[in-house]
Design a protein around this ligand. Structure first.
Ligand SMILES: [Zn+2]
Length: 374
């Protein structure tokens, strides 16, 4: 993992780079910040930068032996410690027992989607942790000298999940560090870390991503630019959330993003943006256009039910739709529902009759917006 493989975070990267460049590598470094903000990826890039034999332009080179070992998760002086579930009986439970699953997981999900890790552990209901045996195992491994580099590195994911006795063992290692060993911890919930450990780390706060960063990341991964902006807003700064939203099995999520985008532009009375929205819609296939109109109808119906049932209606909406509807449902009511459904029926009929879809969608947008402002 190179710094350049990670979107944004220029300030965080600069600070990490500086620690290595100035030779002030801390024994215990903690990257803390919201989940999905790329902390573990930054930690990996930092350690690779530290080990790289040929740093260039503020990044690791990507092709020296150390970099190649890092890229294949086989760096001799890098250890991974992470929460796991019990496996089998009578056997100590170590990160090492789950290492091949973990490698697969960070390859597929470099921004560390915890739900995916639970699935990989095959115990979606358990609370994975870093068990007590891990402490002695680390001490045993760190007693060996570094093999190929100046520093051995322990990358510890989620110190908030350290079993208390593991945490105490680790504390000893952090208090009386081996001169050639560094710890890099990444935490979503720093307030849950044992305070004695927390206070002994040097800390860098990793901010949540700006919506624009998430949007360009999504476009970069191949998401339709027409919906990337809206999905990015819904992801609230988390790359893992954004990926989850963009890969939802059916495309309901994309439909919701298009609809929410339309409403946002409409409430701003931004006519040029609405025209562009209609143009974007006209580039989609006819079947998809009809599906979008049907989707609008379903969402309006659900919102009307929410509006009229005083909270008694059991909705069929997805959690994301329900979240959107909290603010949206007051706009669909007895006064405008007939006109709204007429507008959607007209649009559906015109699309199927091969009408000019730019006109059809612009017309639909204006009619919906006139109605929901009533
Ligand atoms: Zn290198």
């Amino acid at each position: 993992m190179k710094f350049s493989d990670i979107p944004g975070h220029e300030e965080e990267k600069r600070r990490l780079r500086e620690l290595v460049d100035t030779g002030r590598v801390p024994h215990a470094l903690l990257l803390e910040g919201p989940s999905g903000s790329g902390k573990f990826a930054l930690a990996r890039a930092y350690v690779q930068y530290l080990h790289c034999q040929n740093r260039e332009n503020g990044d690791s080179c990507g092709h020296c032996p150390a970099c190649r070992q890092h890229e294949s998760f086989n760096h001799a002086d890098t250890l991974f410690t992470f929460p796991v579930a019990k496996r089998g009986s009578g056997k100590p439970t170590l990160s090492e027992d789950w290492l091949s699953e973990f490698r697969e997981f960070i390859t597929e999900s470099p921004f560390m989607d915890f739900d995916k890790w639970l699935t990989a552990l095959d115990s979606p209901t358990s609370q994975p942790q870093i068990f007590v045996e891990e402490g002695s195992e680390l001490i045993r491994k760190l007693n060996y000298k570094a093999r190929s580099s100046e520093y051995k590195a322990v990358l510890l994911w989620l110190p908030e999940r350290l079993h208390p006795s593991t945490a105490n063992k680790l504390l000893k290692l952090i208090e009386e560090p081996y001169s050639d060993t560094i710890f890099v911890l990444t935490s979503d919930k720093p307030s849950e870390i044992l305070p004695t450990i927390y206070s002994r780390t040097q800390r860098i706060f990793v901010r949540r991503y700006a919506d624009e960063d998430v949007e360009s990341f999504l476009v970069h991964t191949g998401v339709d630019p027409a919906v990337a902006g809206e999905l990015a807003r819904m992801a609230e700064g988390s790359l893992t959330e954004a990926l989850k939203l963009s890969s939802s099995a059916d495309d309901g999520m994309q439909m919701l993003a298009i609809f929410a985008d339309l409403m946002r532009k409409g409430f701003k009375r931004d006519l040029p943006a609405l025209r562009k929205w209609a143009n974007d819609m006209s580039t989609k296939g006819r079947e998809r256009q009809v599906r979008f109109v049907d989707y609008c109808a379903r969402l309006m119906r659900e919102n009307l039910m929410l509006h009229t049932s005083a909270g008694k209606y059991v909705t069929t909406m997805t959690p994301e739709e329900a979240k959107f509807s909290v603010r949206f449902h007051p706009f669909v009511n007895e006064r405008n529902v007939i006109a709204l459904f007429d507008a959607m029926n007209d649009a559906r009929r015109d699309i199927l009759a091969n009408g000019n879809s730019k006109m059809v969608f612009f017309d639909l947008a204006i009619k919906i917006l006139m109605q929901i402002r009533k």
